[in-house]
Design a protein around this ligand. Structure first.
Ligand code: HEM
Length: 225
């Protein structure tokens, strides 16, 4: 009984950590997508709004702002992964004898593949930072963010990889948002439908806008000068 109570407490604790860090990561992804929308704005006085925005990010709070944001993002990601690993281990330990065949009760493909989609997203983020922040894989010029994004997405395999990663993000984000709302108490059966609609709407917005960037470049709608 005591063992059960402590399992429940720490399992809930892990879920709350996942939910709070999940909100921070969703916030980043939505904000990042909104900032990147400036790729569609025309240049004024020869300056691309996306490049201006990058300068703002690097200079806000005397250059400290971006490091505060990066620090928060790194801590949130580390805690999110740590809690996911602990939760998986707790669930396994609570059932020492494995099921003969997997039992999929009230679960979806997205919920069963959260660890796989999460791992693919982690690989994507490492690739993405090496690509657009460090300047690997495609032509790169420091500070020319608009130009780097266009020349990057002009390479079909790069665009293809981003689009696949965004499909993975769709699966992870929709189940993640749905599940974090449940953890935070928004779990009355009356709200189930609303929860799913909200998770689907946020996910569709982020993923469709993100996919539009490589497609707009590949089809020549967004181009250099
Ligand atoms: C097609 C969609 C995306 C585009 C066009 C895009 C574009 C960019 C660009 C241009 C940068 C470099 C910004 C700069 O140097 O000022 C960047 C950085 C970054 N992006 Fe994205 N991004 C996309 C999706 C994502 C997604 C889905 C995630 C997270 C899951 C993400 C996470 C990051 C991170 C962590 C950085 C590094 C921020 C930093 O510390 O400077 N991006 N992105």
């Amino acid at each position: 009984m005591k063992r059960e109570a402590s399992f429940l407490n720490s399992s809930i604790g892990m879920k709350v950590i996942m939910a709070i860090t999940g909100i921070m990561l969703v916030g980043f992804v939505v904000g990042h997508m909104a900032g990147n929308l400036q790729i569609y704005l025309p240049a004024h006085d020869g300056v691309r709004p996306l490049d201006d925005y990058a300068v703002f990010l690097r200079t806000m709070l005397h250059g400290g702002g971006i490091w505060i944001a990066r620090g928060g993002l790194i801590v949130a990601t580390a805690l999110h992964v740590w809690a996911a690993v602990r939760l998986t281990k707790m669930n396994r330990d609570a059932r020492p004898v494995a099921y003969h065949a997997p039992v999929y009760k009230a679960s979806t493909l997205a919920s069963r593949t959260m660890r796989v989609s999460g791992a693919i997203l982690a690989i994507f983020v490492v690739f993405h930072i090496l690509h657009f922040t460090v300047g690997k894989f495609t032509p790169f010029e420091e500070g020319k963010v608009y130009q780097n994004v266009v020349t990057g997405f002009q390479v079909p395999w790069v665009s293809g990889f981003y689009i696949l990663a965004m499909l993975c993000l769709a699966s992870h984000l929709r189940h993640g948002i749905w599940s974090l709302m449940q953890t935070l108490g928004f779990n009355h059966p009356r709200y189930n439908d609303l929860r799913l609609k909200l998770a689907t709407a946020i996910t569709a917005l982020v993923v469709l806008v993100n996919i539009s960037f490589p497609l707009a470049v590949l089809f020549g709608y967004v181009k250099l000068s």
